[in-house]
Write a protein that binds this ligand. Structure first.
Ligand SMILES: C[S@@+](CC[C@H](N)C(=O)[O-])C[C@H]1O[C@@H](n2cnc3c(N)ncnc32)[C@H](O)[C@@H]1O
Length: 216
């Protein structure tokens, strides 16, 4: 196997990942090599892995309380769940992903990064409360994260049943965040959630990104 070649690390990564910087670099290397070979990351993403993927993922951290159980729904290659776990060693993180190849990638990455004590991979899908699908995952979490998985109304149908009675859903969205909140009025009411669209910078000086934050 070729040794992972990490793309150049931006200086700011040290303040975001602290003493987990080496692990973040190793993860960037895994994405840049196996992630591309397995078709989980487009080859053109390699040059912008830090900005668009690792550091962008950490934007969700600002909305997640200390020490809680998090599920990252539709984690794909581990985004935002793995960078979140690296930036926030106080969290336990479940990476939920239905596709076998992606779940296998995640299991290997978690093993190689030595995160197995607080990051687990579950092969399954988030679904509405009435789901009978054998792959459906029903468990209880204090926080649900997701990026690039579904428009907010469908995402709430999938994520709200995973939330403990009080908890937070944090979705990384683009500039459509406020419109998605408007479109999800019925689902927000059904699940008794309040939502806000928030523009946040993952680190000082970064281009802002949009979060939808839903709480009970
Ligand atoms: C476009 S990818 C995004 C992956 C990753 N979150 C990212 O930002 O790079 C969407 C992912 O959601 C997963 N997915 C789709 N429906 C899902 C569901 N109901 N529950 C959990 N994951 C789901 C897909 O298998 C896929 O890996």
């Amino acid at each position: 196997m070729t040794a992972p070649v990490a793309p150049a690390t931006p200086a700011v990564a040290a303040s975001v990942f602290g003493d987990r910087l080496g692990l973040a670099e190793r993860y960037a290397g895994i994405l840049a090599t196996r992630g591309v070979e397995w078709g989980l990351i487009g080859p053109r993403e390699v040059g912008r892995l830090w900005d668009r993927h690792l550091l962008n993922s950490v934007a969700v951290a600002s909305a997640i309380p200390a020490g809680v159980r998090v599920v990252d729904v539709g984690s794909g290659a581990g985004l935002p769940g793995i960078p979140l776990a690296l930036a926030r060693p106080d969290l336990s993180v479940t990476l939920l992903e239905p596709l076998l190849r992606r779940a296998t990638f995640l299991t290997e990455a978690v093993d190689e990064l030595g995160l197995g004590d607080r990051v687990r991979v579950v092969r399954g899908r988030a679904m509405g409360p009435d789901a009978r699908d054998a792959m459906a995952h029903h468990d209880s979490y204090d926080a649900v994260t997701s990026r690039a998985v579904a428009p907010l109304p469908r995402l709430l149908d999938w994520c709200a049943p995973l939330l403990a009675s009080s908890g937070v859903i944090v979705a990384l969205k683009g500039a459509s965040a406020a419109d998605e909140v408007t479109d999800a009025r019925a689902e927000l009411k059904r699940y008794r959630l309040r939502a806000s669209a928030e523009s946040v910078s993952p680190y000082p000086g970064a281009d802002p990104t949009w979060l939808v934050v839903c709480t009970r």
